[in-house]
Design a protein around this ligand. Structure first.
Ligand code: FMN
Length: 160
């Protein structure tokens, strides 16, 4: 079962976090994952994906104009009925990453996706709206992004 991680990343941090989330997804048996930049989409893989995790940097306390443009204009895949989840990267805890996530979630809702974060329902680590990385992660603190990925993978398997 396929899951795509689709991100915008200018300086590489959102891409890097996507690769860590991928490791968590791959802990789930039978899940195949591909990370892709919005500027280099594998349309066939994305079409076949039952789950799509979107990654956005935080710009001016929101998602980026490039991410928004892509969400508005990309028409090659019908996202309806797929499971969607969102993560963001930011430089500051107070920098608006939650707003960035919510803007992307708005788009996913309009596209007819089922939106999931795991929420607080699964206990610690609590992941509220989606995973947020502030200034990256080091090798010791990959637990939250990998857990986020694993939870999305498990939900995709359960639903589909
Ligand atoms: C134009 C611009 C605006 C930014 N605005 C914010 C912001 O409002 N809040 C914040 O926490 N970080 C802000 N940042 C920092 C980025 O969100 C952060 O460095 C992010 O991880 C970059 O992702 P990338 O390396 O994948 O491009 C901004 C960066 C740029 C270039």
């Amino acid at each position: 079962m396929k899951v795509s991680i689709v991100y915008h990343s200018k300086s590489g941090k959102t891409k890097h976090i996507g690769e860590i989330i991928k490791l968590g997804l791959e802990e789930v048996d039978g899940i195949e994952v591909k990370c892709m930049d919005i500027e280099n989409i594998d349309v066939e893989f994305l079409k076949e994906s039952k789950g799509v995790i979107f990654g956005t940097p935080t710009y001016l306390a929101n998602t980026t104009w490039k991410m928004k443009k892509w969400l508005e204009e990309f028409r090659d895949v019908n996202f309806g009925g797929k499971l969607g989840a969102v993560y963001a990267t930011a430089d500051y805890v107070w920098g608006g990453a939650d707003t960035a996530i919510l803007t992307v979630i708005n788009h996913l809702m309009v596209k007819g996706m089922l939106v999931y974060s795991g929420g607080a329902s699964l206990g610690k680590p609590y992941i509220h709206l989606g995973y947020v990385s502030v200034n990256g992660v080091n090798d010791e603190d990959t637990e939250v992004p990998t857990t986020f990925g694993k939870r999305i993978g498990e939900k995709v398997k359960e639903l589909f």
